[in-house]
Design a binder for this molecule. Structure first.
Ligand SMILES: [Zn+2]
Length: 425
């Protein structure tokens, strides 16, 4: 044993051991970017919310011919950055500002869908998809549409169904305003339909119809009470397409613990928002601040309840290091550093969303025998007058057709009499 002590006491051996230790530490750290890249290459991200289309309207009036989406740098999103960020599918938000409620929200939404579809047709890197299978089999970046703001359907289930026909696959029930049938989390920003609490009866019918047609219910922006009520009645899993955790940043726009637990029970998903004012309640934050939200949801609701909804181009403040859509791998690196398992991260990147989407499609397929709902919102629950008064219109039409019938009968009688006179003549 004496000779071992002698050897160990030699400086050279200590130096060698130190070198091996440093090598081990640095190898493991250096490995993280590669591990993150490998994971994202085999499981490209499905992101729940991007507002590029809003910027296209705001800056370019939707004139796609004037810009090159591969290299555009007035936005946080372009095609090159999406590739670098390993984005495999993107929900593009067809967002309509609340001030258009009860005015031309339907037209504005149609125009946003139009610009998204044109964008996805114009660039060979993109492909418009409308199903879970579509996302899985495309070799391009899958383009999906999310409607942001229930005011877009103008309280019409027929309009909801037609937006689905156009390819929209989720609808955020409210934006920052109440609709006639659902309560927002930001009811102090607009004066629409004040006093709405959670869902009305018509709101419940909207949920049933969304379940029936296979439109994913998005609870981001809704009040906690709306979320609770929807979670209690929805047959299908629901999502928060771009939200964060209330316990870590206590604003009404974020999700409280009891709702996170209900999401777990519902089989739904929280796609975490990156906006600094939602994750840190201030203008600055770093990647670690954001990763805390992932850790929190994982601990409370499990890794199967988490996804990513960056909200790029919808808000201004992003964590240091995550300034645009090319930076997603840095977040994945941070989760790996915190000990997240590969399978958990694959879930966050895409598998959890695909599970939810498949479940929503399967609930739709189980209800094929149900007829489309013909329920209408009661007139007295709407507070505007620019709709055509269909009741008067119908009465007027009935009156007009009555007059027409009388005049047709008179004409027939006169013709008959004249023909009789002519024959007897
Ligand atoms: Zn939003």
């Amino acid at each position: 044993m004496e000779w071992i002590k002698q050897v160990l006491s030699q400086n050279a051996l200590w130096s060698l051991l130190l070198c091996i230790f440093i090598q081990f530490i640095s190898c493991n750290t250096d490995d993280l970017p590669q591990r993150a890249r490998n994971l994202m290459e085999s499981s490209p991200l499905i992101d729940g919310h991007n507002d590029l289309a809003l910027q296209l309207r705001r800056i370019y009036k939707n004139r796609l011919s004037k810009i090159n989406l591969r290299t555009i740098n007035t936005t946080r999103t372009n095609l090159q950055k999406l590739k670098t960020g390993h984005v495999g599918a993107q929900f593009w938000s067809a967002y309509v500002m609340c001030s258009a409620q009860d005015k031309d929200a339907v037209r504005l939404a149609l125009e946003q869908i139009d610009v998204i579809k044109r964008m996805c047709e114009d660039y060979e890197e993109l492909e418009f998809v409308t199903s879970s299978l579509g996302i899985e089999i495309t070799k391009k970046i899958g383009c999906l549409i999310g409607l942001e703001g229930g005011h877009i359907i103008d309280s019409s289930l027929a309009a909801l169904r037609m937006f689905y026909e156009l390819g929209a696959r989720y609808m955020t029930l409210t934006h920052t305003c109440n609709t006639p049938w659902a309560e927002t989390s930001s009811d102090d920003l607009h004066k629409f339909y004040q006093g709405r609490k959670s869902l009305t009866d018509f709101g419940t019918e909207v949920i049933r119809e969304m379940n029936r047609i296979g439109m994913i219910i998005d609870l981001s922006h809704t009040s906690s009470n709306t979320s609770r009520e929807v979670l209690a009645i929805s047959k299908a899993p629901v999502i928060f397409s771009h939200s964060a955790v209330f316990a870590l940043c206590g604003i009404k726009r974020n999700i409280p613990d009891d709702v996170l637990l209900s999401i777990k029970k519902n089989g739904g998903l929280v796609m975490v928002n990156f906006h600094t004012e939602f994750i840190a309640c201030r203008k600055t934050a770093n990647i670690s601040t954001l990763a805390d939200h992932f850790d929190y949801i994982k601990k409370l609701a499990g890794p199967g309840s988490i996804g990513i909804g960056g909200d790029y181009d919808g808000v201004t403040g992003f964590p240091e290091g995550l300034e645009d859509v090319s930076k997603y791998p840095l977040l994945i690196q941070e989760l790996l550093r915190r000990g997240w398992q590969d399978e958990e991260i694959r879930g966050v990147l895409r598998d959890n969303f695909l599970r939810v989407f498949r479940d929503v499609e399967s609930i739709r397929d189980q209800q094929l025998n149900l007829r489309p709902s013909e329920k209408e919102i009661p007139e007295d629950e709407l507070s505007y007058t620019c709709r055509l008064d269909l009741q008067n219109f119908q009465q007027r039409s009935a009156k007009a057709s009555g007059i027409q019938e009388i005049s047709i009968s008179a004409f027939t009688l006169i013709t008959y009499m004249l023909s009789c006179i002519f024959i007897f003549w």
